[in-house]
Structures are given as structure tokens and as C-alpha cells.
Design a protein around this ligand. Structure first.
Ligand code: GAL
Length: 411
């Protein structure tokens, strides 16, 4: 009874506080429009509305590659939203350098973010010249293979426990008219698959020398040639996967039209919305079951600098709400990602999230390429892999030569 009364009192207090500070509508832009993503965003909206302000949803359909140019042109064009999603890293660096984004350093200091946020690289990615310009909201990792258990069981095959077993099982699925590897054609998806293969098959050292040190020679060498051979096998397994959006590819796995998908932990949100249980209905293999390493990329929210005290106050409230322990748990459980702070109770975490938390605790992590390379260099890599996965006449050798050139000239 007392707990309920305390909750009512807290909510009333917050409401009064916001009312006193002029409850404000705040437009928030993002690209989270799949079932699982929308369920996760709803947790942010609910928490923000509870402060007395109002979340005005500015979802932009398509993927980040579609949404970011729209977000950037609105900010540079003088029609800013109240807050917007970007990935951790360098996507917003030109906006920050141009002085168009709000400095959150005071809020970060008040909230002790430097002590709470882990790994520290997330906050480093928000920081320019010692000032903090974004609130990190999750750690998402692309390095997962998602498998529909019944597809393999019905085919009389043990559910694969690693990449090699997954590849070996492919012909039997193809005989049954099942696509071994579901793959959407949004540009970032084929790059994601390649990067996941690289980390899984060559480990952290090669990945960081290529994407962080931009070692074009290594990118042209035999270690990376192994990854292109695996990518060649992947495009063979994905050739009948004729969908665009990543979550349509995930749905092929959920409905048994495909055996598996290489996709980030956000695919979990789709399995959850479909009522499927990790470990029972589907299997998740971090690092493709080969090298359990995960990237600590993810999502952060930035706030355009505006000359409006009510908007500025509401922006501060939203930043605080997004990183609060309760909202971190509610949002990340629905999103399938990991919280940016370690002091939260994740008793409700499922089998896959626990695997991710274990890998994070062991420190088997690497940054996302959005944190290592400029948006332009990342786009060039994206364009290469769209071509490679869609043009069978492009050989693995040709693709590797182009990749090495992009990496050697990347910034
Ligand atoms: C990423 C985003 C993830 C996931 C994915 C697919 O950029 O950070 O959280 O939503 O796009 O939309």
C-alpha cells in the first residue's frame, strides 16, 4: 500500500514540477518503426509523458540511412526537432562542430554519467572538446546469428552451434525450399553481415587494424580474403531472400521461411513481439558461435540548440529520463539491446540478453565502425557490399580489392 502511495506521490510531484516548468510538447525524431522498435520507443514516450511534458513522435520510416539525411537537413535548414536519434559515434560530428547541438555537460555532471556509463567509449563518442552532446541510450551489437530451431529440427538437423555448422546445413534447407540465410537489401545490412563475419572469423585485432587504423594492406591480405570467401558463401545462401527491410528478413526466420539471419540484437524485439521464446523457439549465437565478441555501438539522442527556454528545459528532462535506471531497463528489454549503465536490475533479461551481458562483463568488446570511421567512409563500404551481394559477377577477389582501396583512403 505504502509503495503504491509513494508511486502516486512521485508521479504527482513530477507532474506538478513539469506543470510549474511549463509542460512542453517535444518532437523526437528516430527511425525505429518495426514492431519491436516501436514497442521500445513507447517506453521512452511513456516515461517522458510521466514527467508532465509530451513526447511528440517523429518516427521516420526506412532505416537510419534514410532518416539521418532528413534529420540533418532539418537541423541545418533551421527547422530543428526537439531531440533526435543518431548512432554512437561520428554521424553528428559536423552538426556539433557547427555549434548546432545542445551542450549537455551540466546534465551529465549532475547525473554522474562519467561514473555510470559503461563502456566509457559510449560517452567518449558523445564528447567533443571536453563537452558532452548526446545521451547514450543503449549498447546494440550486430554480432548475432538468429536461428529458427524448428526449421532445423523438422529437417532432421541439429540446430547449428556455429557458422560452419550453419553453412553445412544450408543445402538440406535449400532442398526443402527454405532460404538458409535471410538478408534484406537496405545498404547497411550487407555491410553488417560482412563486419560480423570479419570479427567472428578473424577476431578483434584484424577488425581494429582494418577499421580503426585503416590498414589497406591488411584489408587486401589473406586474413581478410577468408572473410570475403565466407561473404561469398553468405550471398549464395541469401540469394532467394527477396526482402528489403531487416525486420522482413527477421520475419522470414520467425515464420520458418528461412533458417537464420545475421542481424543485430534488435532482431530480438521482433521475436518478442511474435511471442517467441529465446532458447526454446529460437537460438541466438553471439559472434556466430565462433568468436564471442560484440560491438558496443548503439544509439544516442542529440538535442538541437534552440532559443526557447521551455524546449530547452524539456530537452534536459528527456535526457535525464532516457538514462534513468527504470527507463533503461524498460526500453532495453523491449529493444533487445543492453543498458548503458551497470547499476540496473535485469532480472527479466532473457537467454540472449544474458549472453550479451556476459560478453560485456568479460570485456570482449570492440567499438562500432560508426565510432571508428567517418559517415562518408562507412557509406562507401555500404555501397560496395550492396553491389557484392547483388551482383554475382563481382568476384570475392574484385570486392576485396575495392574494399582495400576504400579502407586505405578512409578517414
Ligand atoms: C540501427 C539502430 C538499431 C536498429 C537498426 C535497425 O541503426 O541503431 O537500434 O534499430 O538500426 O533499424
Amino acid at each position: 500500500m505504502m509503495k503504491a502511495l509513494r508511486a502516486v506521490f512521485a508521479a504527482t510531484t513530477a507532474l506538478c514540477a513539469a506543470t510549474a516548468a511549463n509542460a512542453t510538447d517535444l518532437e523526437v525524431t528516430h527511425w525505429w518503426t518495426s514492431g519491436g522498435e516501436a514497442a521500445a520507443v513507447a517506453e521512452f514516450a511513456k516515461a517522458f509523458d510521466a514527467t508532465g511534458h509530451k513526447w511528440v513522435d517523429g518516427a521516420i520510416a526506412g532505416s537510419g540511412g534514410t532518416a539521418r539525411p532528413i534529420m540533418i537537413s532539418r537541423i541545418t535548414g533551421g527547422d530543428p526537432m526537439g531531440a533526435t536519434q543518431f548512432n554512437h559515434g561520428r554521424q553528428a560530428e559536423e552538426l556539433v562542430e557547427a555549434g548546432l547541438m545542445r551542450d549537455l555537460t551540466d546534465i551529465a555532471k549532475e547525473g554522474n554519467w562519467a561514473e555510470l556509463v559503461r563502456p566509457a567509449s559510449l560517452l567518449d563518442s558523445c564528447t567533443l572538446d571536453g563537452k558532452i552532446y548526446c545521451v547514450p541510450v543503449n549498447i546494440h551489437s550486430p554480432q548475432w546469428l538468429w536461428l529458427n530451431n524448428s526449421v532445423y529440427e523438422d529437417a532432421g538437423i541439429p540446430v547449428p552451434s556455429n557458422w560452419d555448422e550453419f553453412v553445412a546445413a544450408a543445402p538440406k534447407l535449400q532442398e526443402k525450399g527454405i532460404v538458409p540465410l535471410a538478408m534484406g537489401q537496405q545498404p547497411w545490412q550487407t555491410t553488417l553481415a560482412f563486419q560480423v563475419l570479419m570479427v567472428a572469423l578473424t577476431g578483434t585485432d584484424v577488425f581494429m587494424k582494418v577499421f580503426d587504423q585503416k590498414d589497406g594492406e591488411l584489408a587486401a591480405g589473406p586474413e581478410v580474403a577468408k572473410v570475403f570467401a565466407a561473404a561469398d558463401a553468405a550471398r549464395q545462401m541469401a540469394k532467394d531472400s527477396n526482402v528489403q527491410a531487416w525486420n522482413d528478413a527477421t520475419n522470414m526466420v520467425i515464420t520458418g521461411k528461412a533458417g537464420g539471419q545475421i542481424m543485430g540484437d534488435w532482431a530480438q524485439g521482433e521475436f518478442q513481439v511474435a511471442g517467441q521464446v529465446a532458447g526454446k523457439d529460437y537460438t541466438c549465437l553471439p559472434g556466430l558461435g565462433v568468436n564471442e565478441i560484440i560491438q558496443t555501438g548503439g544509439d544516442a539522442f542529440y538535442f538541437p540548440a534552440v532559443d526557447d527556454a521551455d524546449i530547452t528545459a524539456a530537452q534536459g528532462e528527456l535526457a535525464k529520463v532516457m538514462i534513468s535506471p527504470e527507463t533503461q531497463v524498460a526500453f532495453n528489454l523491449k529493444k533487445g539491446s543492453l543498458p548503458v549503465r551497470g547499476d540496473v536490475d535485469l532480472a527479466a533479461a532473457n537467454d540472449c540478453m544474458r549472453k550479451g551481458l556476459d560478453i560485456l562483463a568479460k570485456g570482449n568488446i570492440i567499438p562500432g565502425t560508426d565510432q571508428l570511421m567517418s559517415a562518408d567512409s562507412n557509406q562507401q563500404v555500404n555501397d560496395l557490399f550492396v553491389e557484392f551481394f547483388n551482383n554475382p559477377s563481382m568476384t570475392a577477389e574484385d570486392a576485396q580489392a575495392l574494399f582495400a582501396s576504400i579502407i586505405g583512403n578512409a578517414d
